[in-house]
Ligand binder design. Sequence first.
Ligand SMILES: Cc1cc2nc3c(=O)[nH]c(=O)nc-3n(C[C@H](O)[C@H](O)[C@H](O)COP(=O)(O)O)c2cc1C
Ligand code: SF4
Ligand code: SF4
Length: 277
Amino acid sequence: MRILFCVFSGTGNTTKVAGEIATRLDALGHETDVRMIGGGAIDPSRADVVVFCYPVHAFNAPRPMLNFIKSLGRLDGKRAYIVHTSGEALKLNDAAGITPRRLLKKRGYSVLGEYTFVMPYNIIFRHSDEMAARMWQSAQRRATSVASDIASLNKRKIKVNAFKRAVSFTLKIEHVAMPKIGKRFTTLSDCSGCGRCASLCPVGNIVMERGKPKFGAGCAGCMACSFGCPHDAVRISLLNGWRVNGRYTFEGRPASDDEVCSYCRKSYIRYFKENEE
Ligand SMILES: Cc1cc2nc3c(=O)[nH]c(=O)nc-3n(C[C@H](O)[C@H](O)[C@H](O)COP(=O)(O)O)c2cc1C
Ligand code: SF4
Ligand code: SF4
């Protein structure tokens, strides 16, 4: 089968997960194509299966992913899967598939399954390296079972209740708020003018002016700029207390159960065990 991955990712977690699933599908003899949305035209018509991959943003899909889906033409019966990555292992993150599923259905797509991968936070707080390593260990195992589901066109639906719908609906406010917050991002004098933030921004919202980044009004809140700045010089306005800077290595010793962070501890342990069984 020809399997097309349409990926939106701010800080690389979703790209890493999509790549891992694609590698397994390649090994099973399928032809995969991993494409970043915003990086040129993507035509799903030739694919047998389309996999939509994105990070959870405020229990929703990020605005660029919704805009991408809205831009697609009708393809009746086109088989699709949804893969999202989230920083928490809460079931509430299932709400992030509600709007993409509705939009895809409207365009004739048949969404066969939806999966969440828990990956380290790029906002709120920095997970320990050990937590990141255990998440990656889980993700690799999960990628094997997700690839096998996709290869067999298995169906796996996520149940959403009225509470998840209400949370998803209410927090869509993030799509309106983020461009306003992002317009107020600033940089410290430590900024070297290297332009990395501008090249990392997946929506082209940063331009370099007289050697300094200028933030526009189209921020998608992906945190690529503040996470990827080599001098931790980006300040993210109202959200600055939640800023996380610097890539995770995903290497080293995975956290033991005792080392799992106290925040949402039970749900992380449940998720790890689920993948380790
Ligand atoms: C604006 C914003 C909102 C987020 N909201 C959630 C959330 O509601 N639930 C969650 O578990 N993680 C949330 N996260 C964390 C990311 O989903 C997580 O770190 C993800 O793996 C990042 O993927 P990426 O590296 O592909 O951008 C949020 C991150 C950002 C930047
Ligand atoms: S990545 Fe950091 S140092 Fe480089 S231009 Fe952007 S803010 Fe300045
Ligand atoms: S300005 Fe920063 S947070 Fe906003 S979309 Fe660009 S890289 Fe992401």
